[in-house]
Write a protein that binds this ligand. Structure first.
Ligand code: ZN
Length: 488
């Protein structure tokens, strides 16, 4: 069992504002901090954090507690796991074995986390030491990844032997049940045994915002057959649509810059961070989801999407852009020179050139859409032109804040004026139609995807600043904070 002293030592070390700040955008008011309550839905902040006393309290719904109860609530774990999470984050050592008297569900999560952590360390050792991993090491060498970056991201290698991880884990006393639940092994088709999920692949551990390993991605090596990447399946601790690769390293930088750069791949994130660009995450294989936007919005206001000009990439980006807009984020787009992705560009030209390019070329989504349309000759014929304008208005219609919509419509009017020759009134009318259609489409009783129905902005009012972006995290259980470091 854990002693009362140990508990107080952890409480002492933990920074409540930092821990809460991973879920709630907090604003200082005197000695306290306030934000939108993560435990109930509200529009004006009534969730108070008093660091001096180490407590939080919501004057809306009445919840209150300390740093331990906050982690328990938000991460959906028991007291023991909350203690462990905070102890790890703030570098407090815990007794080797401390028993958990939590209920079954918490025990299951802890078992899965333990199995994942073991696997992460095992893969990491394999990458460093095993002969089989030579290809993988050469591949990483070729990208210029050194020891410290491999360690930071905990990169690893899964052996080609069918059950190497399983055998090692068993030696350590890890039960098959948890390996299965963590999707580290799968039942064999041929016999009643199991085989490793990640075989002969370069391994990227996936972390939650607190830095815990929650899943893995495996990249095929050489010209083997098979999918280029495989991912852990959905597990009790891993929900793909809520995960952003790199968030554990990026979150503080995003907070500081109030801006996040969204890229596609694991290596994009690693290369950019290696080169000193830290406010970057990847949506890792999925198009951006509303849940991911919700998480990003806890840390920053603006998302910079790197434009992918192939047609599949363009479609995914448009969807992602609208999802980010409907989540209330500002969206800029940045197009890289032809045939470059963030990984290759930053490796070649380094940080300063990237930042310079971003400074010069990243523009808001309205300017970007018009610019692209002009580039592709879509502003010449009246039919094309109408389609482009409608498309942009559809994106504007996603924005929940009516004042922001109004500003963007005026911006669109300005950007497209020389192709249209009419007033902004017509754009506002069209926007109103789109919003009406959208509301109809949603049907009665269905919750809108982006908050309450959108009233239409009225032209003529001065463009107002956007409302302060206090924002709460989702109500559902989520990951928690910890030191941004994968310990080996
Ligand atoms: Zn509340």
């Amino acid at each position: 069992m854990i002693t009362e002293d140990k508990k107080e030592e952890i409480r002492e070390a933990a920074d409540l504002v930092e821990v809460v700040g991973d879920y709630v955008r907090l604003k200082r008011t005197g000695h306290n901090f306030v934000g939108l309550c993560p435990f109930h839905d509200e529009k004006t902040p009534s969730f108070n954090v008093t660091p001096r006393m180490g407590i939080y309290k919501c004057f809306g719904c009445g919840v209150s507690g300390d740093v331990f109860s906050f982690v328990m609530e938000m991460e959906g774990v028991g007291f023991q796991e909350a203690l462990r999470t905070l102890a790890e984050r703030y570098g407090i050592s815990l007794p080797e074995q401390f028993s958990s008297d939590d209920d079954e569900k918490h025990k299951e999560r802890e078992g899965i986390y333990h199995a994942l952590r073991f696997a992460g360390l095992y893969f990491f050792r394999q990458l460093k030491e095993s002969d089989e991993a030579k290809k993988a090491r050469e591949y990483l060498d070729g990208r210029g990844y050194d020891g410290s970056i491999l360690k930071k991201f905990g990169l690893g290698y899964g052996s080609a032997q069918g059950d190497a991880l399983l055998r090692e884990a068993k030696k350590e006393g890890i039960e098959e049940e948890y390996l299965l639940k963590a999707d580290l092994i799968k039942p064999s088709q041929r016999n009643d045994g199991f085989y490793d999920t990640f075989r002969d692949r370069l391994i990227f551990p996936i972390f939650n915002p607190s830095g815990k390993v929650i899943a893995f991605a495996g990249r095929i090596m050489g010209d083997k057959k098979g999918a280029k990447y495989i991912n852990s399946a959905q597990t009790p601790v891993y929900n793909k649509s809520e995960v952003l690769y790199g968030i554990n390293f990026a979150k503080n930088e995003i907070r500081k810059d109030e801006e996040v750069i969204l890229v596609e791949g694991y290596t994009d994130v690693i290369t950019m961070m290696q080169n000193g660009i830290h406010n970057v995450v990847a949506s890792s294989g999925t198009a951006l989801t509303p849940q991911q936007v919700k998480i990003l919005k806890r840390y920053g206001k603006k998302i910079v999407m790197i434009y992918d000009s192939d047609s599949a990439g363009r479609m995914a980006m448009k969807r992602g852009m609208n999802i980010a807009l409907s989540g209330g984020m500002d969206v800029d787009l940045l197009e890289l020179p032809e045939d470059e992705d963030p990984d290759s560009f930053v490796r070649k030209y380094k940080k300063d050139s990237f930042l310079e390019l971003k400074q010069k070329e990243a523009v808001d989504f309205v300017s970007f859409s018009i610019r692209q349309a002009v580039k592709h000759g879509e502003m010449e014929g009246p039919g094309d032109r109408t389609r482009v304008i409608s498309r942009v208005l559809e994106s504007i219609a996603e924005i929940p804040d009516p004042l922001a919509r109004q500003v963007y419509v005026q911006h669109l009017h300005q950007k497209s004026q020389k192709y249209r020759n009419s007033s902004d009134r017509e754009l506002f009318d069209q926007l109103a139609n789109i919003i009406r259609e959208k509301q109809k489409g949603r049907g009665f009783g269905k919750p809108p995807s982006a908050g309450p129905p959108h009233p239409v902005g009225t032209p003529g009012q001065p463009p107002a600043a956007q409302k302060p972006h206090l924002d709460s995290g989702p109500l559902r259980r989520q990951k928690t904070p910890k030191k941004p470091h994968y310990e080996m």
